[in-house]
Design a protein around this ligand. Structure first.
Ligand code: ATP
Length: 147
């Protein structure tokens, strides 16, 4: 089976005393709330990818805290040429602390992929995120932060 490797971030910041996490709504999946992530480019470490993708998809710069873990899933390709092919995917997630930038202030080109980026309460993220693996990463971040 074809394999794919991505990396992403659980980007946190405190707003009025409350721990928040950056989540995105991927374009074309209007009810999905997901963590920012993307393909690991050649020559990039997974942590570098996570920080780059978080910045590109949310508009917020993060500082690396630690690795949280890997999630795995299988999905079916639906793009031209590979329709129906099963793909095994591994995504490494990192805990990041927001350093600067305003959420949602992203490049015009990025809006093709991201419909919306928003701070969600971290305590609720193990329920409000759409994918099970990402919910587990949010739960790990909560544990790590003692929040
Ligand atoms: P990337 O953000 O890594 O560049 P992508 O946008 O090309 O990736 P995915 O987000 O992996 O692709 O989405 C491919 C398919 O897998 C979609 O149908 C999506 O709904 C599904 N998917 C995405 N994340 C998960 C997950 N954590 N668990 C299960 N299925 C997922």
């Amino acid at each position: 089976m074809e394999r794919e490797f991505s990396a992403g971030g659980v980007l946190v910041r405190t707003i009025r005393g409350r721990a928040m996490v950056a989540a995105i709504r991927p374009r074309g999946k209007d009810r999905v709330w997901a963590l920012p992530k993307g393909h690991i480019d050649a020559g990039e470490s997974a942590a570098e990818t996570a920080m780059r993708e978080v910045r590109e998809e949310t508009g917020v710069e993060g500082r690396l805290v630690e690795k949280l873990g890997d999630i795995r899933y299988v999905y079916t390709a639906n793009w031209e040429g590979r329709k129906g092919e099963r793909i095994f995917k591994v995504v490494s997630f990192f805990l990041l602390r927001a350093v600067q930038g305003r959420i949602g202030e992203i490049d015009e080109a990025m809006r093709v992929e991201v419909a919306e980026a928003r701070w969600l309460p971290l305590a609720e993220a193990p329920r409000s995120l759409s994918y099970d693996g990402e919910r587990k990463m949010a739960a790990k971040a909560l544990e790590r932060l003692g929040a």
